[in-house]
Design a protein around this ligand. Structure first.
Ligand code: SF4
Length: 350
């Protein structure tokens, strides 16, 4: 995909995550061919940006050779819709067949009719519950493990097929979903998740060390350090990493007191043609003024990084920032046309 700062490639690791060799490859590719930054997405994907066209074209074959994705684009598009509990196989309270079920569905999707293609941004969650409670993974289709059984959710619709019929039911639901308009997608009709997702920072289970990427990005150097420490990685759908051993880096948050975890920002000026401000730099510059408040800085009204409610939302425009208290990018601002020093003064006063 072409972006303002060059070509972007996306990697969707298998639910078992990245091994050190795969991490080393991605770190090296990002450093040699990209902008040496790696973005973690809210779908548990990784993105390398700033590539030239040839490096983006060559990426797939190199990645596939290392077990990252499939050569045939149609099969890869199907594989990418599925994501699973990030602690499957690590958390004893997560359903023990979560990874096996994810694998069965991935295999079965290969046999869907040749012309079947997933709708844009479609997702299928295999949510085995446990420490990260069932329901925390949001997908157009969601398999949730509830009271010892798998339940299939299509938005508000709930089916409880036998385990032996589960994969066939998922495939049938996938084919029904392909004909729905985006606005009618099941994800938008699903009941909101009312539980709590634990922070997963630092050591939290035997052999599990959690970290969150500052502003959802890590450097190629950090990924290379993780690889050279021999650490395996699971990616969470919250821009986090779960490592099998501790690895320290300046752009990994492992301390619950680190207030950089309160920041959300899109790539901003220099990396997106629509951006009116250097969102990430501005967000980091305000961290000491937040005092526990969550801040979202958006480079324009589109709000790519979040449509959710934050304590403070800044939306950049041609005349400066709009400031929204306790709202989202689409809410009416309390003030407009502020520069970053104006915002800093408002945060100190409030
Ligand atoms: S929110 Fe606007 S500025 Fe930020 S990445 Fe999206 S389109 Fe670009």
């Amino acid at each position: 995909m072409q972006t303002h700062d060059g070509w972007l490639v996306r990697v969707t690791p298998d639910p078992t995550g990245l091994n050190p060799g795969q991490s080393a490859f991605l770190a090296d590719y990002a450093a040699r061919h990209g902008n040496a930054r790696i973005t973690l997405t809210l779908r548990g994907n990784l993105q390398l940006r700033g590539l030239d066209h040839q490096a983006a074209l060559d990426f797939t074959s190199h990645a596939v050779a290392r077990g990252l994705g499939m050569e045939v684009p149609q099969q890869e598009a199907r594989r990418r819709i599925l994501f699973a509990s990030p602690l499957a196989g690590l958390d004893p309270d997560c359903a023990e067949d979560t990874l096996a079920l994810a694998h069965e569905i991935t295999q079965a999707m290969r046999d869907l009719p040749p012309l079947w293609h997933p709708p844009e941004k479609f997702s299928l969650a295999v949510d085995g519950g446990g420490l990260v409670p069932s329901g925390a993974l949001r997908g157009d289709l969601a398999l949730r493990h509830e009271a010892g059984k798998w339940v299939l959710y299509e938005g508000a619709l709930r089916h409880q097929p036998d385990r032996a019929e589960l994969v066939d039911e998922v495939l049938a639901a996938l084919q029904r979903s392909a004909h729905r308009a985006v606005a009618d997608r099941a994800l938008h009709r699903a009941a909101p998740f009312g539980g709590t997702i634990p922070p997963l920072l630092g050591p939290f289970l035997p052999g599990c060390f959690g970290a969150v990427a500052v502003l959802g990005e890590i450097s190629a150097q950090t990924l290379a350090s993780i690889a050279s420490a021999g650490a395996a990685i699971r990616l969470t759908p919250w821009r986090g990493l779960v490592l099998d051993r501790p690895v320290a880096a300046h752009d990994l948050i492992t301390d619950p007191q680190d207030r950089r975890a309160d920041l959300v920002a899109c790539p901003g000026a220099g990396r997106c043609a629509q951006a009116h401000a250097p969102t990430q730099r501005d967000a980091l510059s305000l961290v000491t003024e937040l005092r526990g408040r969550r801040l979202h800085v958006s480079g324009c009204a589109k709000g790519c990084a979040s449509h959710g409610i934050h304590d403070v939302t800044l939306v950049a425009g041609p005349k400066g920032y709009d400031l929204v208290w306790q709202g989202s990018v689409s809410d009416q601002p309390a003030e407009s046309g502020l520069d970053i020093e104006d915002v800093r003064r408002r945060l100190r006063r409030a």
